[in-house]
Design a protein around this ligand. Sequence first.
Ligand code: HEM
Length: 314
Amino acid sequence: MSHRILIEPQRVDAPLTSSATFLVLTINDGDEATSMVKSTLASVADLTKNVAIRDSSASFAVTAGIGSRVWDRITDVPRPVELRPFKELKGAKHLAVSTPGDLLFHIRSERRDLNFEFERQLMDALGESVTLIDETVGFRYFDVRDLLGFVDGTANPVGPAVDDSVFIAEEDTEAAGGSYVVVQKYVHDMKTWKSMSTEQQESIIGRTKLENVELDDAPEGKQQSHKSLATIEDDDGNEFGILRDNMPFGSPGSKEFGTYFIGYSRRLWVIEKMLERMYVGNPPGLHDRILDYSTPLTGTTFFVPSATMLASLE
Ligand code: HEM
């Protein structure tokens, strides 16, 4: 007789929403902090229920990620095969910084108040065990546009392709049902971006602005668009997708205009390869021109364990 262990993933594949909070924390020293964090992580599903029930139409979902530095402190489970810190990446012109972060909470729904309430209950539960590194509140901007004015998220996998690009399976059984996630908080130089023609902007992104139609790839050896540099294929032409849930954030009053990049993947190397092609360029020297108008303030990698594993942490 065969028996199957059911592994339930976290809601990594939750739909795009109109509001999201990205919370990055470090864990303070000491055993007390460790046990508080473990018990809070184990209760994320219950905390989620507390809030989700209050408006079932709001698509409330949370994913929690754990950073490389604290993996062995927080869990007894072997390290996911690819889990490592975000590596600083230096191109000829642009730098992808690596910044601290032991825990990531990606909180999303159609309602800012639900996200706020969850974060409040979460921070109550974590008490003095953590230090805030970054808290960014993102909003949906028109028809899923980023603040550069382009529709963002189009090429995301859909249907069965989602599981295949996002969830670890037989290649790392201890980590099955989990995903890697990379975040980078970008701010844009809107003045310079806006000084360009729509055609120039479109060739940087690789899609038309109004209608969101894909442009052809540039010939090999020439300057590639963001879309082309972020497309990863193996020698047989198989494409490795990732799931992005980028959100605009900012404050016109303080002239802050940003994109919070978040990418989930079954394979961390795929996101690392995208970053290398963007920052170093392909061929090297021809970096992603989006970076001439966008500066990353953070860069951090986490592992999002399955919900089953998260619940077992206590
Ligand atoms: C595509 C914006 C950073 C990975 C796109 C598209 C836009 C966009 C407008 C085209 C529409 C779409 O398919 O979503 C941005 C902005 C960024 C940013 C504003 C930050 C300033 C990144 C980073 C990565 C990334 C850091 C990966 C490490 C991708 C991928 C695609 C894409 C995989 C789809 C490529 C394809 O067509 O297959 N991005 N992006 N993006 N971006 Fe970004």
